[in-house]
Design a protein around this ligand. Structure first.
Ligand code: 5AD
Ligand code: SF4
Length: 451
């Protein structure tokens, strides 16, 4: 029998990207191979995000396109997985009656069985129940032969209930994955030649809390740091309130923990932070930044910021800009507040006018662009360590890679450099990348155990 073909379209964050990798792995076992496009597929999965209204709307436009495809290809099965599926469940079938599958965040492991059920019965299958534990957390994924980097899920769900955020309602309670299970996966990745792992979770700093603190995140980092072959470790996302001194010490002491942290601040105003239920003040945040830089002077700090949260006055907003001036982030992902059904912020007064939100966002992004460009300019003339992860999108005479601080560097070089760590002198700085020249005599050295 010919192999069935699968196409996955992913929206949203790195967690979702990795969930899609896990789905692909599961479906490989069930006899599916990857299709180049939805047109060539027997099964299309849309892995969805509903963190903001815009993300959700993108999902609906995509589904509109697949509806047309199904008209010309009636045997095609179409499924929606992830957050939008979790949020709307059965109701999604009213909007999109052509769907065969609606699979929520806790039931991804059931996808193969659901596909078969939908085929047999000719009726859509909806699975959105929350479960005590989430089996898909541990689906190991082996990246394609030759992959340099891999994601590893270490926890899922979130117990923080930030007032703007829908994640705790859609991904459920915080659950950490077993310590040994994670280490086994990292060892398997290293054996396959992976050099860099990124540990994933909504709030990785709280790792281990759900099983009584027997293992902390810092312990996990140190254990992964001892796996031979893993030259670079990254993690995302961190909550400032859970960034302990123990974790900060890892940046000082671990050679293979990259000098980069994503630490969402959301706002620089204490009133707004309290209304957001973030449980830290701007002073607490600045203190964490100071300690991080004390431990690791070169550390790149990136953040998420929301403008126009209910009640945010011009003064509150100015405090966010002040905080940005004090911290000088490497990059900021900034968003207009988007009201999400079911969250605490829905009930808050002081809604900010959409035009005002737009103005604040544009101004804030312009400030951040200046800071990012300044950071990049300061690297010109310096030599950095780059892990090469592919050829350039624009020309096959160039390769591309990332510095330890997670900045993209392009430079002249051949495919043989992929997977190698080389020293590169930065010669030009742009807003989204750097241009470099590989140092003479750098044939590249495998792994990256030295700084
Ligand atoms: N509106 C705008 N931005 C949001 N984020 C989460 N929920 C919302 C919302 N309702 C942002 C936060 C978070 C990032 C992943 O998305 O900044 O850190
Ligand atoms: Fe959402 Fe807050 Fe949890 Fe992050 S920590 S996922 S922003 S509730």
């Amino acid at each position: 029998m010919a192999t069935k073909k699968l196409f996955i379209r992913t929206f949203g964050c790195q967690m979702n990207v990795h969930d899609s990798e896990q789905l692909e792995e599961l479906l490989k076992v069930a006899g599916y191979a990857r299709a180049e496009s939805a047109k060539d597929a027997d099964l299309v999965i849309v892995n969805t995000c509903s963190i903001r209204d815009k993300a959700e709307q993108k999902v609906y436009s995509q589904l509109g396109r697949y509806r047309h495809l199904k008209k010309s290809k009636p045997h095609l099965q179409i499924g929606v997985c992830g957050c939008v599926a979790q949020q709307h469940g059965e109701r999604l079938l009213e909007k999109a009656p052509f769907l065969d599958l609606v699979i929520g965040t806790h039931n991804l492991d059931r996808l193969p069985e659901c596909i078969a059920r939908a085929r047999q019965t000719g009726r859509p299958v909806v699975e959105t129940a929350f479960r005590e534990t989430v089996p898909s957390i541990g689906i190991p994924t082996l990246p394609a032969e030759g992959s340099v980097s891999a994601f590893v899920t270490i926890m899922q769900g979130c117990d923080n209930y930030c007032a703007f955020c829908v994640v705790p309602y859609l991904r459920g309670r915080e659950e950490s994955r077993g310590f040994e299970d994670i280490l086994a996966e990292v060892n398997a990745l290293a054996a396959r030649g992976v050099k860099e792992v990124t540990l994933l979770g909504q709030n990785v700093n709280a790792y281990g809390k759900s099983f009584g603190g027997k293992h902390s995140f810092a312990q996990l980092l140190r254990a992964i740091g001892a796996v031979p072959g893993i030259g670079r470790i990254r993690f995302t996302t961190s909550h400032p309130k859970d960034l302990s001194d123990d974790i900060i010490a890892c940046f000082r002491e671990m050679k293979n923990l990259c000098e980069s942290i994503h630490l969402p601040v959301q706002s620089g105003s204490d009133e707004i932070l309290a209304r957001m239920n973030r449980r830290y003040t701007s002073a607490d945040y600045l203190d964490r930044v100071r300690r991080l830089r004390e431990a690791s002077p070169e550390i790149a700090i990136t953040s998420d910021i929301i403008v126009g949260f209910p009640g945010e006055t011009e003064q509150d907003y100015q405090k966010t800009l002040d905080l940005m001036e004090k911290v000088r982030f490497d990059t900021v992902f900034s968003f207009r507040y988007s009201e999400r059904q079911g969250t605490a912020a829905v009930g808050l007064g002081g809604k900010v006018d959409p035009g005002e939100k737009r103005r604040r966002l544009i101004e804030l992004q312009a400030l951040q662009d200046r800071h990012t460009q300044e950071k990049h300019d300061s690297l010109v003339g310096r030599t950095v360590e780059v892990l090469v992860d592919g050829t350039s999108r624009n020309t096959d005479r160039d390769v591309t890679g990332r510095t330890r601080s997670n900045k993209i560097v392009n430079f002249a070089g051949g495919r043989d450099l992929i997977g190698r760590t080389v020293r590169v002198r930065i010669v030009a700085a742009f807003l989204h990348s750097l241009r470099g020249e590989m140092l003479e005599g750098e044939g590249g050295f495998p792994g990256c155990s030295s700084r």
